[in-house]
Design a protein around this ligand. Structure first.
Ligand code: NAP
Length: 247
């Protein structure tokens, strides 16, 4: 993979898909900024494993849904490295309930964690990257933002909103040399899907043409491609990584 930029910030990278994205991008030669909110040990462990492999990593704590914290984090990175080349908005939560039982607070808290955080990231990245007239952002949305899912009115709205928002940022960023794309994972083996019962997992797997849950590495490679120079003519796109579950 070929990258003209030198560094990348990944939100929510102390575990799960975010941690694997950080490792993969470090392997491709980028300095990775590992964002965490609650898990300093996980972030430090990941930094150490990347450095042990001879690659470059730094840890940065902030709440991605907090406007001033996100903006200060981007400033701190630019102060340290002179630029922010790439951003991956990966931080996300679920709070599943049937819509009939979903309180407004259950809905808004997921929108805030997933969509507002991605908005803040896209806006701060566009500001920073416009100055360099170079950069790329990948937003980690979800298959559920494309096809909906019972029990996830809040999560699907946040991820569907992320897809539409990315296309708007892509239109605003294009003239400034900044690309915005989404990756929409299907069911990937992480803590988030471990919460599903075995019965539900089996039921989902039966409907997946490739007949299995995906690996975080399979998402990370798609992210790396969209950030890389190989995707230099791709913006406003949605790359599905879902084993064919939704085509
Ligand atoms: P995960 O294991 O639950 O990890 C989510 C990460 O996001 C955690 O490190 C969490 O850190 C962080 N986070 C949440 N809110 C944050 C905030 N406000 N500020 C900073 N960090 C925050 O989930 P995952 O499976 O790796 O998912 C990663 C992304 O992929 C999410 O956006 C998810 O929606 C998306 N996705 C996952 C799947 C799947 O099957 N796993 C499918 C489609 C899409 P703390 O716990 O410290 O807050």
């Amino acid at each position: 993979m070929k990258f003209s930029g030198k560094n990348v910030l990944i939100t929510g990278a102390s575990r799960g898909i975010g941690a694997v994205i950080a490792s993969v991008l470090a392997d491709y030669g980028l300095k990775v900024w590992i964002n965490y909110r609650n898990d300093p040990a996980g972030a430090d462990e990941l930094k150490a494993s990347i450095e042990n492999a001879g690659k470059c990593a730094a840890v940065i704590k902030f709440d991605a849904s907090n406007e001033s914290e996100f903006s200060q984090a981007v400033s701190a990175i630019i102060q340290c490295d002179g630029e922010l080349s790439y951003l991956v908005n990966n931080a996300g939560i679920t709070n599943d309930k049937l819509a009939l039982r979903m309180k407004l607070e259950d809905f808004s808290s997921v929108i805030n964690a997933n969509l507002n955080s991605a908005f803040l990231g896209c806006r701060e990245a566009l500001k920073a990257m416009s100055k360099a007239r170079f950069g790329a952002v990948v937003n980690i949305a979800s298959i559920v933002g494309e096809m909906g899912n019972a029990g996830q009115a809040n999560y699907s709205a946040s991820k569907g909103g992320m897809i539409a928002m990315s296309k708007s940022f892509a239109k605003e960023g294009a003239g400034r040399g900044v690309r915005f794309n989404c990756v929409t994972p299907g069911f990937i083996k992480t803590a988030m899907t471990n919460n599903l019962s075995d019965e539900i997992k089996e039921q989902y797997a039966k409907n997946i043409p490739l007949a299995r849950f995906g690996e975080a590495n399979e998402v990370a490679q798609a992210v790396a491609f969209l950030l890389s120079d190989y995707a230099s003519y791709i913006t406003g796109e949605v790359l599905k990584v879902n084993g064919g579950l939704y085509m």
